[in-house]
Design a protein around this ligand. Structure first.
Ligand code: C2E
Ligand code: MG
Ligand code: MG
Ligand code: MG
Length: 287
């Protein structure tokens, strides 16, 4: 009967929910262990300045190889860590590790993702300054990536914290722009150094004129506000050419390179592809 079928579905649903909760608990336990055992790594994805296709810096992205499950995506563990508060431990570790690693990059920046509930801790700004003091990294070489959700929280002095970081010279990037509770007024309430257009707009640049319009609007606005624009998730030359035509400043994506372990970066730097030259060649009339 329909009633029985409904009951069956409900039980099935319960089992799936139980499994998901059990996995979350397991991952929560294992990631605490991983952080103390040195099981976490940071991989680095190049950020390319389009004017000359040079590597301007790298974004630090968390990587975890789980003994039993293999590589586990940050998209799965970051939300768990955010829910338990463990993200603060991860964030402190990542900040320190990224600053140490960046010392070897001869003036290239490092971008570190910081979750809202880490950013809002009263000692966050002091922690950042401590890491800069201890490592000796120039503040101008550190960029903190935050998301718009930070700006919604009125329970603490968000803008004050951002301003203190910036006075010291630390750069601030607004990540995943366009996916949150984007309000243009946020962009004028604080002077960010960089706006990162979310990859969802880049993915369908070719097929959706709306996305191209968003990219154009954001780049124009950013220029008027003296901020840089970085496009995330650039995977092909067609997207690149469109971004060039909109005068986007920087790009990040598989087209130029995926996130790599630290030891692979010297090689990565030698092998960054140069598409702009190629594009000009293609544009030349055939003789
Ligand atoms: P995000 O900060 O927006 O980072 C960009 C994500 O897009 C990364 O995924 C990157 O590997 C991926 N990506 C880069 N280029 C391309 C491309 O061309 N195509 C596609 N399809 N994807 C591309 P990842 O490493 O899986 O990280 C996912 C998210 O997890 C990050 O998004 C960030 O929000 C969070 N995350 C990663 N590491 C950390 C961390 O250390 N701390 C915190 N709080 N969050 C982190
Ligand atoms: Mg990011
Ligand atoms: Mg992003
Ligand atoms: Mg993100």
């Amino acid at each position: 009967s329909a009633k029985q079928a409904g009951k069956g579905r409900a039980e099935h649903y319960d089992v799936m929910l139980d499994e998901r909760l059990a996995r979350r608990r397991r991952l929560d336990r294992d990631m605490r262990q991983a952080l103390t055992d040195g099981g976490f790594e940071l991989h680095y994805q190049p950020q390319i300045r389009l004017s000359d296709e040079s590597v301007k810096g790298f974004e630090a992205l968390l990587r975890w190889h789980h003994d039993a499950e293999g590589w586990i995506s940050p998209a799965e563990i970051i939300p768990i860590a955010e829910a338990t508060g463990f993200i603060v431990e991860i964030g402190r570790w990542a900040l320190h590790k990224a600053c140490v690693d960046a010392l070897a990059w001869q003036g290239r920046r490092v971008a570190v993702n910081i979750s809202s509930n880490h950013f809002k801790l009263p000692d966050f700004v002091e922690n950042v300054f401590e890491v800069l003091d201890v490592t000796g990294l120039s503040p101008q070489l550190l960029e903190i990536e935050i998301t718009e959700s930070i700006l919604l929280d009125r329970s603490y002095d968000v803008l004050g914290n951002l301003a203190r970081l910036r006075v010291r010279g630390v750069r601030i990037a607004l990540d995943d722009f366009g996916t949150g509770y984007s309000s243009l007024s946020y962009l004028t309430s604080f002077s960010f150094d960089t706006i990162k257009i979310d990859q969802s707009f880049i993915r369908n640049l070719r097929d959706r004129p709306e996305s191209a319009a968003v990219v154009e609007a954001v780049t124009l606005m950013a220029r008027a506000l003296s901020m840089e624009v970085t496009a995330e998730g650039v995977e092909d030359v067609e997207q690149l050419n469109l971004l060039l035509s909109k005068r986007c400043d920087n790009v990040q994506g598989y087209l130029y390179g995926r996130a790599q372990p630290l030891c692979a970066l010297p090689q990565t730097l030698l092998q960054i592809p140069q598409y702009r030259q190629d594009a000009r060649w293609v544009e030349m009339p055939a003789v």
